[in-house]
Design a protein around this ligand. Structure first.
Ligand SMILES: [Zn+2]
Length: 280
């Protein structure tokens, strides 16, 4: 979870401060319960869609902007989807504000980060696949790429990845990198130059920026296979359906463990000739 606004409690209750934390988020992102609890309030507070919950530890957590289809008093377990990030918010970049206080107090604010830990994101993906990708499958058109190594999507340390020999600065999981470099050498033997890579691993913040720029054309942040360091976006002519290079990739990349997922094909739900994923 990327905190872009820190907790800054004023010395006196009437002073200006920041009574919570802001985490990087975009509209429509699923909101998950950091701990078990019940829905306490859902509605508008000073014109802002607000969702608040009562946690097992007796704290109130409030999220803004956020809404839910759950009812007041409804129970949930940790990790369950409890709502959706709304539009607006008080950050310059889009964010979700989280406030916290012990339920028995009159909003005596505490640092919410301390309640559930910064590793435990409220915005972890429910689905590990792009929203556009059809569910089910397991056939030759779905890669099955997803979580590994206990990492969170878009928050993989550089030390857990390897840089492509054929594309400086581009990182992938090490087995995917080794396989891609072999694929790129085979491509070079046929077409005279290695495959150009526009994008490989994409961190969470970059996914958020892309989502804002591309709207429904981009995966919901935290769900892209780029965030798992198992997807690449390619140039070198591969980025055009029907080109010799694209056809060569369709015929040969699977031997190296790289496939063009069904949703990204010309007949798919979101045609992206440039997008390839590692299957193993
Ligand atoms: Zn892509």
């Amino acid at each position: 979870m990327e905190i872009i606004g820190a907790f800054d409690l004023p010395d006196e209750p009437w002073l200006k401060g920041h009574r919570g934390i802001d985490v990087l988020a975009v509209e429509d992102e699923p909101l998950r319960a950091p701990t078990a609890g019940t829905i306490r309030f859902a509605g508008s507070v000073a014109g802002m869609d607000t969702l608040s919950i009562l946690t097992e530890s007796g704290h109130v957590l409030s999220f803004q902007p956020a809404s839910t289809s759950m009812r007041k008093g409804e129970e949930f377990s940790a990790g369950e989807r409890i709502g959706t990030v709304g539009a607006g918010g008080h950050c310059e970049r889009s964010c979700l504000h989280i406030g916290a206080w012990p339920a028995e107090t009159d909003q005596r604010y505490v640092d919410p980060g301390k309640l559930f830990g910064q590793e435990q994101s409220v915005l972890l993906p429910l689905s590990r696949k792009p929203a556009e990708e059809p569910t089910g499958g397991g056939d030759a058109t779905t890669s099955g790429a997803g979580a590994w190594g206990g990492h969170s999507n878009g928050r993989i340390p550089a030390s857990a990845m390897c840089e492509l020999a054929s594309a400086a600065g581009q990182m992938l999981r090490c087995d995917a990198q080794a396989a891609f470099d072999r694929l790129s050498r085979a491509f070079e033997a046929r077409f005279g130059s290695p495959i150009s890579v526009t994008d490989a691993y994409r961190d969470y913040a970059t996914q958020v920026i892309l989502k804002r720029r591309k709207g429904r054309m981009a995966a919901t942040p935290g769900t892209s296979n780029h965030g798992w360091a198992l997807a690449v976006d390619l140039g070198s002519g591969i980025n055009s359906f029907g080109s010799a290079q694209h056809r060569w990739m369709r015929a040969n990349a699977p031997r190296f463990g790289w496939i063009h997922p069904g949703w990204a094909r010309q007949s798919g739900s979101l045609p992206e000739p440039w997008h390839w994923e590692f299957r193993k």
